[in-house]
Design a protein around this ligand. Sequence first.
Ligand code: PEP
Ligand code: CO
Length: 447
Amino acid sequence: MAVWSPHTWRSLPAQQMPEWPDAGELARVLEELRELPPLVFAGEARRLRSELGRVARGEAFLLQAGDCAESFDELSADSIRDKLKIVLQMAVVLTYAAGLPVIKVGRIAGQFAKPRSSPVERVGDTALPTFRGHAVNDVMFDPEARRADPRRLLRAYHHAASTLNLIRAFTTGGFADLRQIHNWNQEFVAASPQGRRYEALATQIDRAIAFMQACGVDLSEDSPLHSVDLYTSHEALLLAFEEALTRRDSLTGRWYDCSAHLLWVGERTRQPDGAHVEFLSGIENPVAAKLGPAATPADVLALCDRLNPGNEPGRLTLIARMGAALVADRLPPLIEAALREGRQVVWVCDPMHGNTFTTPGGLKSRRFADIVAEIRGFFAVCRECGAVPGGVHLELTDRDVTECLGGSHEVSDDHLTQRYQALCDPRLNARQSLDLAFELAEMLGSG
Ligand code: PEP
Ligand code: CO
């Protein structure tokens, strides 16, 4: 078998790669990226891999969440703080309900590249290259904006670095106090008659915190409970970028992709003999693959062979995104195949990407009810098959957008155009996200 190196993907077919008009500029940019410091460190990726091993054994729950596509135009401290805030608020609810630690992974600090269903977008008689994420081009329908510009890869690196810098400051510097997070949740619960549905659960969490304090558990600044971990993740789509950030760990001599802690391949790039899977097969980070409704048991086993030949729990996460209507039908054969063959997999539910539809007005949307229904279906399938439901993978934002329909504060069809700000896929807004956390808590509690 050929020996893996960070560039062996180059000899294999690669889907979804942008065409860079200026090859010389691309080469210069990649050279520069190779010289820049790592964004994350091998030891951190190893820690996440072992935390995901706990998820595989049912000893922890994974919450992976963030934007579908991050934007270069959003880099304020407030916006990063608020993204963190919503994930932490959800995690507190889930921790209490599951009675397990919640491993928090953001689609953040690097989620700048998008696979697309069509390479061109047509408006009237004009056809332009499709928008592929801010690491490649810009969203405006304009020939200059849509040109793939390699210098954007450098901007992606620097955006990720600034974002990570703030995340590290917020997660260790006193922002993430358990009591504070719980207070925010109580504000959400009190803010509307619908939120009050969750009052009983919020009160129970309140009592649990009071109990901890009464027992002498230290919730103050310097306690470990005060700081949290938020790991980073993104789709490993632009392999030249990922290659340039792949470094040999000085401690172990192994290769790590230091652009994020966890990397995944999407539904469109998960071919077992393709370039993207080849790239992920040689890095030591924890890795994941999306599985849509067309995935077969043979695909699952081939991905396990390629990405987790050592069969180690926590190395490979498979993220099912079947759609609410198909999950009960399509997921069981995949889980059964892995169980039958004794393959270690962390099973996660992405209830977003199988439930997207286009409104009559031409906007992409998703229904809150479908999202909840797919998660419910996922839990039921895991229970029936005897697999561990490892976690959820969500697209959400802290902002008050109107992109997904429904939820307790009811975003209706007419609202969609009011604050539709998605660069790519529609996201849950802050209220819908908390709503979902409480719905999930009820599922976990009754499991
Ligand atoms: C995504 O996660 O934004 C995405 C494109 O997902 P999928 O590969 O599952 O379609
Ligand atoms: Co998406």
